[in-house]
Ligand binder design. Structure first.
Ligand code: 4NP
Length: 160
């Protein structure tokens, strides 16, 4: 029997090598701990890094903090994502704009800014660390962890 996961979430950033793979892995870890049944994946807007493993800096920081990237290879957003996932969460406003222009009209309501959707009232964008240094990657991971904690609380409340 095919049991539909309760949550299906796609995290999206520009390249799918830094922010959205971190968000995918952090969500997978924390959602498992919360006992959720879920499908989670991530994708990028551009095709430049398709097939690559996560950026070395993101990979090392993520693994040092207990997150796994086993089997991860970057991919680009594709048409089928818009019907497949319940929530498509953009890491920043630029990514959200791109998703809005790619998505068929009937799926526009699935598109959100990740932190908005999670209920963060102060921060909007997960900062892009790609051109930064290790402290930028740390800030990014910490923002993602906080966002995922809020997201999980929100999903728990919705099901109470
Ligand atoms: P990401 O970071 O969107 O968090 O994966 C970036 C990755 C690649 C590029 C920019 C941001 N790039 O310009 O190639």
């Amino acid at each position: 029997m095919n049991i539909k996961p309760r949550y299906s979430i796609l995290f999206v950033c520009l390249g799918n090598i830094c922010r959205s793979p971190l968000a995918e892995s952090v969500f997978r870890t924390k959602a498992q701990l919360a006992g959720f049944s879920f499908l989670v994946d991530s994708a990028g807007i551009i095709n430049q890094h398709v097939g690559e493993r996560p950026d070395k800096r993101a990979l090392k920081l993520g693994e040092d903090n207990g997150y796994s990237f086993r089997n991860f290879h970057a991919r680009q957003v594709r048409e089928g994502d818009f019907s497949r996932f319940d929530y498509i969460l953009a890491m920043d406003n630029e990514t959200l704009k791109s998703l809005k222009s790619l998505s068929p009209i009937q799926y526009q309501s699935k598109l959100y800014l990740f932190l908005d959707f999670a209920g963060d009232t102060t921060n909007k964008n997960i900062p892009d660390p790609y051109f930064g240094d290790s402290s930028d990657f740390k800030k990014t991971l910490s923002a993602i962890e906080q966002g995922v904690d809020l997201l999980i609380e929100k999903l728990k409340e919705e099901n109470n």
